[in-house]
Ligand binder design. Structure first.
Ligand code: FAD
Ligand code: E0Q
Length: 457
């Protein structure tokens, strides 16, 4: 489809996906209107002024490249070469993510990234409306009502096409679901999260290694920390909502003192760097974690969902935003390539829904791996062999983490190939404690037999 003056694309939500999609579509020549329930963060500062950061990887970076924004984003990012594991005895070990510094991920500031994307959307010609929460939709009349929550006033808006980039609690999803059931299922993880902050050191430097994603795995729960350009770190505690069998849970931490006791016992090396622990604990709410599955993402050619509104996932692969950005590029391409919006949205769903399910599953699996496998001997031996096989046959054997993080092959392909690779690793290391006695020639043959070569990309 070619953009036309009659066709306005209306986007609900000016978060990460909404703002990038607005940029891509406006740059392609479409008239774009974006409605966001919150205030313009460029005038009020992002909520609470807290630094929340996210890991940006190749998929997200590639979509930003398509909008010409990757350099500006990377200029504000901190490189992370690997995960720095903090063991209970206090020693640390860096597990590299990729083969060298060409395979790294980036810690970006959510609020700042959002500002940059909003500026880009506006510069590309999109019209942004703030204090405008999508409230009701009349799909027959193609009329939407947006409410300003400051005073309850509302404005009506006639739309041609409505795009829902309004996050996990999507109002557009609720409205479509009333017309055509979307098959919505939320699966709560039963774990929540809380954010804390590591301040710069007295001399203004980073208190711990800046170029890493820090992780304190403790079996059923863990902490992570991502670096910020201002030399702070945002720490996130992931913990079951309910305590059980002597295991801690948020419900058994009534106040900051109880939380501090948990940190003194299990995360002492993190606590030492969190000067405002009690204030942080009291001020920050407990976040919920869940996976959202839908059977359908669109209502013929009138409305479509993307990003968290379509497929919220648990954050343990650091791919929610990356997947949402990949959705934006895919939707823009489907709109450009189809004859009408119904065709574009059907193609988008067909392409993206199976891949969203695949990353949702891999993100859940990564939680188990993060919490209780990063320091387990079998796992480390498998990882060592994985790296070796990746060196011996780099066209065929690409670690699943790398396929997800450094490549752009469909997530579903990464999941399927990862399964084959896992089988090979488990079979080859069974009963072994070192790689010295693994039959590598036989394994090379098995790799050639069971894995096709992967497109370089
Ligand atoms: P959102 O960012 O939620 O944006 C939705 C926007 O819509 C918001 O601005 C909201 O105000 C607005 N809105 C909501 N309702 C309405 C309405 N009715 N009308 C108008 N506007 C509305 N992803 C990564 O890639 N890497 C990471 O390291 C990572 N870490 C994470 C850590 C945690 C603890 C969590 C919870 C998530 C993490 N994610 C990460 C996932 C990432 O945050 C999301 O996938 C991403 O924000 C999705 O973008 P979105 O634009 O779809 O939704
Ligand atoms: C990444 C980068 C919130 C979060 C974000 C992440 C990652 C993790 C653990 C978490 C996965 C990993 N990871 O280190 O394997 O790669 O984004 Cl908890």
């Amino acid at each position: 489809m070619k953009p036309s003056a009659q066709n306005t694309l209306t986007i609900a939500g000016a978060g990460l996906a909404g703002a990038l999609l607005a940029t891509l579509l406006a740059r392609a020549g479409w008239q774009v209107e974006v409605f966001e329930k919150r205030a313009d963060p460029r005038s009020v500062g992002y909520e609470g002024g807290r630094s929340i950061n996210l890991a940006l990887a190749e998929r997200g970076l590639h979509a930003l490249r398509q909008a010409g924004l990757h350099e500006a984003v990377l200029a504000q990012a901190v490189m992370m070469r690997g995960r720095m594991v903090h063991h209970p005895d206090g020693h640390t070990a860096l597990q590299r993510y990729g083969k060298d510094d060409s395979e790294v991920i980036w810690s970006v500031h959510r609020g700042r990234l959002n500002l940059l994307l909003l500026d880009a959307a506006e510069a590309a010609g999109a019209r942004l409306h703030f204090h405008a929460r999508l409230d009701r939709v009349d799909f027959d009349a193609k009329h939407a009502t947006f409410v300003d929550d400051r005073d309850g006033s509302s404005i009506g808006h006639a739309f041609d096409v409505l795009i829902g980039a309004d996050g996990a609690g999507s109002a557009l999803r609720g409205a479509i679901d009333q017309i055509t059931p979307l098959g919505e299922r939320f699966e709560s993880l039963g774990h929540g999260y809380k954010e804390l902050e590591i301040e710069p050191s007295a001399d203004g430097g980073f208190r711990i290694e800046p170029n890493a994603l820090h992780i304190w795995p403790r079996g059923r729960y863990m902490c992570i920390a991502l670096p910020n350009t201002e030399r702070t770190f945002t720490v996130t505690l992931f913990l079951p909502l309910q305590a059980s069998d002597g295991m801690p849970g948020f419900d058994a931490l009534p106040d900051a003192a109880a939380a501090r006791a948990l940190f003194e016992r299990d995360f002492a090396s993190a606590l030492a760097h969190i000067p405002d622990f009690d204030a942080d604990w009291a001020a920050h709410p407990i976040g919920q974690l869940a996976t959202l599955y839908l059977d359908r993402w669109h209502l013929d050619g009138r409305a479509v969902l993307l990003g968290d509104a379509a497929h919220a996932m648990v954050p343990f692969h650091g791919q929610g935003m990356n997947c949402a950005f990949e959705d934006c590029a895919a939707l823009a391409a489907c709109i450009a390539g189809a004859d009408d919006f119904a065709g574009a949205f059907a193609a988008f769903q067909a392409q993206r829904l199976p891949n969203a399910c695949a990353i949702q599953q891999m993100a859940l699996e990564n939680y188990l791996e993060m919490r209780d496998r990063v320091d387990d001997a079998d796992f480390l031996l498998q990882r060592e062999l994985e790296r070796l096989l990746a060196q011996r046959d780099p066209e065929r054997f690409v670690p699943r983490y790398s396929m997800v993080t450094f490549r752009r092959i469909p997530y579903a392909t990464a999941l399927a190939r990862g399964r084959v690779q896992r089988e090979l690793l488990v079979e080859a290391t069974r009963g072994h404690t070192s790689l010295a006695d693994v039959d590598l020639a036989a394994l090379d043959a098995a790799v050639r037999d069971r894995l096709s070569t992967l497109d370089p990309d």
